[in-house]
Design a protein around this ligand. Structure first.
Ligand SMILES: [Zn+2]
Ligand SMILES: [Zn+2]
Length: 264
């Protein structure tokens, strides 16, 4: 029982063969996928994918998120917390992905910070967790995570590259991190973070269609490739793949509050 906690199933690269993508995932034991939205239009499309019963062995169950990626923060709609609340009322299991991306800086940083704060506010009022993207913005992110925790908001730092200070802040704040296929790259600089993170504080994700793990690097990434990430994390931590699978699934179920419908 594996959960891909972050995949962009609405991406155009899945348009032609999504049913096959999902059955391939089910075949290798992926029983759940969190379909992550990049903006509110995308979040409407995500809502159309939600559902499925993993008990037939042919498809994982799919849950959805709603949020505005930092790349498009400057185009976020007005009254964003209220708009996000509407998605929460219709069953979104998390808000995001939101965050800070100072690598590409596609939106001005003050807009990124404001839109991220809107997500924190919506998370506070709905009780949903956040799915957070952070690239080259560790300093500001530490403040955001601490501030969110003071408001009772939990989140996951997705595609975690391994900054140990930020990991410490996340753990102190009862946040989670999740690891992608990045862990399989020889250039991966976060080995120590994978080793140190407590077993109940991290999850696995593909971030498909981006960043396929070795040995499939360069191909389209998809939920069926989660086992590669699980196996590399297990190797780094000196644990068995079964242990990693059990721990990360338990963490995902409780973090997203999605216990129901997952019993085999
Ligand atoms: Zn991201
Ligand atoms: Zn993403």
């Amino acid at each position: 029982m594996l959960i891909d906690t972050h995949c962009h199933l609405t991406h155009e690269r899945f348009r032609d063969d999504l049913p096959e993508v999902l059955s391939n995932a089910a075949r290798v034991g992926v029983t759940g996928v969190i379909a992550v939205a990049s903006d509110l239009d995308d979040a409407r499309v995500v809502e159309g994918l939600v559902g499925g019963d993993p008990r037939d062995g042919r498809t994982p169950r799919i849950w959805g998120t709603a949020g505005v990626h930092p790349h498009t923060a400057s185009k976020a709609p007005d009254e964003l917390p209220e708009r996000l609340g509407e998605f929460a009322d219709r069953g979104a299991v998390a808000l995001g992905e939101c965050g800070l991306d100072y690598h590409y800086d596609l939106s001005p940083r003050d807009a990124q910070l404001q839109v991220l704060d809107d997500h924190v506010e919506a998370a506070r009022s709905t009780g949903l967790p956040l799915v957070v993207h952070c690239r080259e913005a560790e300093k500001d992110m530490k403040e955001v995570v601490r501030g969110a925790a003071r408001r009772g908001v939990r989140g996951v730092l997705h595609c975690f590259p391994g900054d140990l200070d930020l990991l410490e802040v996340a753990i102190e704040s009862d946040w989670r991190v999740s690891f992608t296929g990045l862990v399989t790259f020889s250039s991966f600089a976060g080995v120590e973070a994978v080793r140190r993170v407590p077993r109940d504080r991290y999850m696995l994700e593909t971030d498909g269609p981006y960043m396929a793990p070795v040995p499939l690097r360069g191909r389209r990434n998809e939920p069926a490739l989660v086992p590669h990430i699980r196996d590399r994390v297990a190797e780094i931590r000196g644990e068995s793949p079964d242990d990693v699978e059990r721990d990360t699934t338990a963490t995902a179920l409780s973090f997203f509050g999605i216990e129901e419908g997952m019993t085999p």
